[in-house]
Ligand binder design. Sequence first.
Ligand SMILES: [Zn+2]
Ligand SMILES: [Zn+2]
Length: 766
Amino acid sequence: MSQRIRTRIRVEGIVQGVGFRPFVYSLASRLGLAGYVGNDVDGVFAEAEGPPEAVAAFLTALRADAPPMASIDRIEAAEIPPTGATAFAIVPSEAGGERRALISADTATCADCLAELADPADRRFGYPFINCTNCGPRFTIIRGVPYDRPLTTMAPFAMCERCAAEYHDPANRRFHAQPTCCPDCGPSLRLLDRDWQPAGTQAGDRGAIARAADLLLGGQVLAVKGLGGYHLAVDATSETAAATLRARKHREDKPFAVMVPDLAQARLLCEVDEAAANSLTSRRRPIVLLPRRPQSAVAPSVAPGNRQLGLMLPYTPLHHLLLAAVGRPLVLTSGNVSDEPIAYLDDEARHRLGGIAEAFLTHDRAIETRADDSVVRVVRGRESVVRRSRGYAPEPLRLKSPFPRPVLACGAELKSTFCLAKGHRAVLSQHIGDLENLETLASFTAGIEHLGRLFDIVPEVIAHDLHPDYLSTRYALDLADRDPERLELVGVQHHHAHIASCLADNDAAGPVIGVAFDGTGYGLDGTIWGGEFLIADLAGFRRAGHLAPVPLPGGAAAIRQPWRMAASYLDAALGPDAAPPATLTRHERMWPGIVTIGRRGINSPLTSSAGRMFDAVAAILGVRDEVNYEGQAAIELEQRAEPGETGGYRAGITGGDVLVASGADLIRAVAADLAAGVGAGVIAARFHNGVAALIEDCCTLLRDQTGLGTVALSGGVFQNLLLTRATVDRLTVAGFTVLTHSRVPCNDGGISLGQAVVAAARTSSR
Ligand SMILES: [Zn+2]
Ligand SMILES: [Zn+2]
């Protein structure tokens, strides 16, 4: 008998519920190996016995050919004595198994399922709930662990004989695929009117889709139940339909996302490079923000005044069928009114969306967890997540250095997320929304309990923002209050959390020069920070520089009304001579009062916020003097900037130990150019270049001070691509290593991860 070896193998990562065991089984069978494979609490274990070259090929293929939904953290292999076994088997899960198994994210319909969906001879032909181990719903249908059908929202659907046979056959693509179903045993579609009564006569799922397509083509608004909630859909090429939806949703300017049937159609609407195509077609299927083509067929009301368009491809079989039936792009936007969380329960959808949609395309598989669509963009060929939700969450981020104790980080307020971390893994929640009302708070607290159970993380450290009024901070304090003996509280300054989040995103530890530019964050000195240069590592930071503070006249009112920031900055730049520019004469009457309350500090806290400086410029240039959503003025200012303009303004920098950069210098230059008749587009571009130069100048001074050569860029202001590109270019030319975000958002959606790694660094050093 030729030489044989036996190897014991352990695989960790997302390897359960993703077809890993059948994959191992068929791989071993193909290579003629003996042994077994099974699941336990930590992942997959296996032993493989046979000729050394076959065992080696087996080990290589484990990683290289793993099923698409698997995500392997680690493979360990150790040689053990051969047993002479001749067969390979899948062994039952060990007791307590799958408890710590990692729950995978919802995944777009795979190519095999799509082929069956389109095959008239297949028993799942045209079935809107087709799925397999390589695709389908996961996180949004899971009620508890172990991840098994009874603990999912598929529990009420007993598998028919044929589905059960597939489910139990290790050679089948549906082996242990918990949501396995077919038209005989699974969920079914219904098309309902506003009163939740059947809309017209429909013959089964196909009839419902055909009728739904007719309604859409007739210009009606349709609510469609998706994976993580209800969408509102209209024909994206119909201006009447898009404008109607916008009016009913009270969504004055925020762009709608558009779903297109395939990549070819995406290319008709937008410029899609290779990296963007990869994101669009990835199994995560995010909304990808893309430069739109000027002559595209999309109605103006879909994304008014925006050079970009958010596109996505179908990710459920229902989407594929609906898009094929309609044959044109569809607006597919969150099912809610303005800023409420997306509706995901049927009753909730019926009541909240009944005034918006004419009909509901719904079904009887419940959604357990609300999850919005994720949003990404491509920056320098790399995907950068703007909103991390469906398709990404709750897939853990693996970090090089472990969390010494389990952590719950509660995040901030806007674009809220939380983070549960243990061992080497940080589980970042899906996007929860703005944590400003009871409904979002309920979603936040329920989410913490749910994810804690799924991942078996019982926090011992609670991290929170320093802002005393954030609901997330109050939640953290209340929680710690209930069990002060066991729970340790760690307050983390907002901009330190931003920089730490960027470090964690890059699996770096610092120290770095951190540039945290955003709208609002609670500062250590009681003022509102937001244009910060920090010398930071994970455990701590020093505020090494910042924008010169200016008054925020009227507090929160100045955030909604950028013209107030224009008044404040023009006063700082020009003093008593400042009058409203021609673009803002309609605020002439209020202007002196606003300047006065700012100067006297009446309800006008000081702020070094970079976001407010962008607001001021947008208002001065007449781009936007009042906003309907956060960041709107800055977004429109970026859109307005003249591409190719290379001129830039310069800001003075003073101070020694703490640098102070004069935003007012930039504003003075803006006002001078405007008065000289320079166009708004050119001024906007020069301002962006000026901010990038200001960042470079400060970083260069700080490098001289500290010897640090790495810069981390974080904060919502860096969602601005024009600014980010200009800044990275300058810093790179100046010899810096630049860290930017990709796996987690640079905006406040990434704060909780930053808080978690800061808390870990602080509590481990104690
Ligand atoms: Zn599939
Ligand atoms: Zn069936």
